[in-house]
Ligand binder design. Structure first.
Ligand code: NAG
Ligand code: NAG
Ligand code: NAG
Length: 438
């Protein structure tokens, strides 16, 4: 009665043994064939040397654009595709409401889910990048979705990010931002927050607060890049690292002889009330005969430059002098960059003047300069809208944007043209995984 099951058991043992061995061999083979996809131990670097690995990771981390548009065509400058997408912008008058502060507070309650759902790349994509950390000073005041998409597009675990939130921004914005930031070890809110008044010193102070915190961090970053909430990168982290290395220890920013029409900005004293007002009291000339150069708020500077801003007495004197001027952000960095004893600086001779178009820091389309390139304009018309004379890019600007050498462009706004942002996100993610082999 018990003979039969016993025999079955004996057959089964053999079967189990065979199946087990096959399974064991299969696992070994699988392990070896996909070995390149494994994370490199403690440094969390993934090796993207095989096509299978790249495909594997891209499938999981792509940011493919939604809807009918073909971003490849848009980026190649296919005008039919662009026109259709722009028409869609007009037809869908109210784009489905962008994510609110509350949405982000809710989503970021569970950091693991937040990072997965939003497809953050939480590992290093190459040894070269892992060995070249960058510091970011991000000055923001509203629009949580724009901030989060910017952070996601520049986030890598080896970099360090300081976020300055305007002290007068709504509480829910502060909460949403802190919720997002709390999910990352290498992203933090500035230890001192300013109430930022347009064109006043507070704009510079916001960056200075972040710079001081970033110098105090243990990350040995090489360069600092500052951004605001309406910026977006045009390059991947790997491309940014390559560009920074090619600067050979020099800073990079717009810095030119100031137009006569701007001199009033530092010739009399300004006071900050609710807005900035001219007191018409004459100011002394800058200390140590520092020459004033004209530039903008967005810079690419070395760690030594940032340290010198805090540690040298002449930089401190110049900063004190600049505090009651109009829009010091648009001359302070540009001028310090031309002081011979500042690290990474250029001589003040006009041969070293750099326009915003020739610098890599920030690409901006000024409304007043747009026009027909054949007739001498620097760039063609904005396909989005204008805000404070600056183009908020539309889908039709992408083809041009991606042919420029700049690391970042300003301005983008998901409420104005989300297609442009989506295509940029798709393209950057693709290049992050496939860029090095193309
Ligand atoms: C992009 O990611 C989704 C999952 O989020 C996946 O279903 C899709 O196949 C991916 N697309 C590509 C082109 O890899
Ligand atoms: C998008 O356009 C490119 C270039 O014209 C084409 O190769 C590709 O197949 C298109 N993709 C889709 C999903 O239609
Ligand atoms: C940075 O560190 C220095 C000395 O270690 C300290 O005096 C200073 O208060 C710190 N600054 C900030 C903003 O934490």
């Amino acid at each position: 009665m018990f003979g039969f099951p016993k025999k079955l058991w004996r057959i089964n043992t053999g079967l189990y043994l065979i199946c087990g061995s096959i399974l064991f061999l299969f696992t070994i083979v699988l392990k070896f064939t996909s070995l390149d996809c494994y994370l490199n131990d403690a440094r969390q670097i993934i090796d993207l040397n095989t096509a299978a690995c790249r495909d594997h990771y891209y499938k999981a981390f792509n940011l493919s654009a939604s809807g009918k548009k073909n971003c490849t065509k848009i980026i190649e400058g296919d005008w039919d595709e662009v026109r259709q997408t722009l028409i869609e912008n007009l037809e869908v008058k109210k784009r489905k409401v962008i994510a609110s502060d509350k949405d982000y507070i809710e989503l970021a309650k569970d950091c693991a889910t937040f990072k997965t759902v939003r497809k953050y790349i939480t590992f290093r994509l190459s040894t070269e990048e892992a060995n070249y950390p960058i510091a970011y000073s991000m000055v923001v005041h509203g629009d949580i979705e724009a901030f989060e998409r910017l952070l996601r597009s520049i986030y890598t675990p080896q970099n360090i990010y300081c976020v300055h939130v305007d002290a007068k921004s709504p509480d829910t914005f502060h909460q949403a931002l802190r919720a997002i930031v709390s999910c990352f070890d290498n992203v933090f809110v500035a230890s001192k927050l300013e109430s930022v008044v347009y064109a006043s010193w507070s704009r510079v102070q916001a960056d200075l607060n972040c710079m001081e915190d970033l110098l105090n961090s243990t990350v040995q970053w090489k360069y600092l890049i500052n951004t605001c909430g309406s910026d977006f990168p045009l390059k991947t982290n790997a491309e940014i690292v390559k560009t920074l290395k090619s600067l050979n220890g020099k800073n990079n920013m717009e810095s030119e002889e100031p137009p006569v029409g701007k001199k009033w900005r530092w010739e009399s004293r300004f006071e900050v009330k609710e807005n900035i007002v001219n007191t018409n009291i004459k100011k002394s000339s800058p200390p140590l005969n520092i020459n004033i150069f004209s530039g903008n708020a967005y810079i690419v500077v070395t760690r030594d430059f940032v340290r010198a801003v805090f540690e040298t007495s002449f930089a401190k004197d110049f900063i004190e002098w600049a505090k009651d001027t109009y829009s010091p952000d648009e001359f302070l960095w540009a001028s310090l960059h031309r002081v011979p004893w500042m690290p990474g600086s250029f001589p003040r001779h006009s041969k070293f003047d750099t326009s915003d178009m020739n610098a890599v820091a920030r690409l901006v389309k000024w409304g007043s300069l747009e026009g027909d390139i054949q007739s001498g304009a620097p760039y063609s018309s904005c396909t989005g809208i204008h805000r404070r004379e600056v183009c908020v890019y539309g889908t039709g600007d992408l083809h041009w944007l991606l042919q420029q050498h700049h690391l970042f462009a300003n301005k983008f706004d998901p409420k104005v043209d989300d297609h442009a942002l989506q295509c940029l996100e798709e393209q950057l993610r693709f290049k992050s995984f496939y860029g090095n082999i193309m």
